[in-house]
Design a protein around this ligand. Sequence first.
Ligand code: SF4
Ligand code: SF4
Length: 446
Amino acid sequence: MERGELARRVFEAGVVGAGGAGFPTHVKLAAEGIDTYLINGAECEPLLTVDQHLMEAEAPRLVRAAASVAEALGATRAVFGLKKKYRRQIDALRAAGGEVAEVGNTYPAGDEVILIQEVLGRTVPEGGLPLLVGAVVNNPETLLNVAEALEGRPVTHTYVTLGGAVASRGVWRVPVGTDGAELLAAAGGVTEDDPAYIEGGPMTGKYRFDPHFPVTKATKGLLVVPRTSALVRYETLDVERMLNQARVACCQCVQCTLACSRNLVGYDLEPHRIMRLLAYGPMGLPEVAKQAFLCSECNLCSGLHACPMQLSPRRVNQVLKARMREAGIRPDFPRREIEPRREQPYRQVPSHRLVQRLGLERYEGPSPFRGDLRPSGDLTVLLKQHAGVPAVPCVAPGQVLEAGALLGSPPEGALGARVHAPLGGQVVRVTPEAVILRPAAAGQEG
Ligand code: SF4
Ligand code: SF4
């Protein structure tokens, strides 16, 4: 298959990165000059197990799909990057004929800049994309959705880890648009009296106090933790209060920079300097503030791991990035030779130590696949579940749709992704943000 045909089918199926910001996959797959298709199976966020499940259960399909994608890209190599400890998954992928590169059991091994450096020995330029070093990177769930797209099926479901303080932990296959509270009910309910909810992993996920939110194509996990935990305090602190704390409490001890995963890669990112700028200079001085664009938001610099003053340079970077984007400042950096820091091998954070530090050991353990979740309520299918602009809806209230019917497409030429009906049913409402769909009773959908 030609690269253009691959990108077209993936666009039509609405495939986006299954996790993170949901970058539209067809854009990545249209890249030229690629020699390696790298499947990011490092899954390094504590408690998340979706990709581990898929790499074991769907190994032959993933290996075949990876070979097809590599061929279409003109790449000479399709390689899966996994942590050494994922033995069953490594064995399954190898038994299916896949090439596997083993990386350390550290956090954040799944940062694609770090994975590319470990597996390929190449460093993505500052502010650049993996394609600049000849690589396209997808995670296993995204690859599975590409495989579905090649067989003509759009993205209608996502795999979600339900973990933390729930009665039955595990992985469910969930229709996009399902309410988070339905997921918790499927997991037997919450076992914590005063809970908070994390959509995604504890280090980089979205923290919520309300479980009612629509699952998107990028939802990888729903974790329940005590509202009183340090994790929740850091991630939900009011931004202005957090900035004020940062101004008065940073003692310039440099611990955040020593721990910074992107600094260890060799990037010119020194969170302690950004914190100093915040304390003594006006927000937005570009020469130091621009470093914030290099931040992966891995969270190792914060009091969860490094900062003795319980600050969060990561959240400062988030604010800076948003303000610079609003001001039209772009993440462009002069090209230079980048070498990993000599101390990088000794400063990586073992995954098990991070779990202990976060107080999450009690939630570790088996996370079996529990099957398909059938929601009882309406689905709220967001028109923007991805990086770029929202899809423009093409359905109207009252319309009866089959599963997989097109709900909306991005405007011609704009960065975005299509969205489809996760189940057969009737359109209840269409808003600028979402299509609300009432699923037909089981067995009656098209
Ligand atoms: S670790 Fe904390 S106190 Fe030390 S320089 Fe960084 S932000 Fe400041
Ligand atoms: S979150 Fe902190 S440690 Fe991670 S890349 Fe950003 S500045 Fe570095």
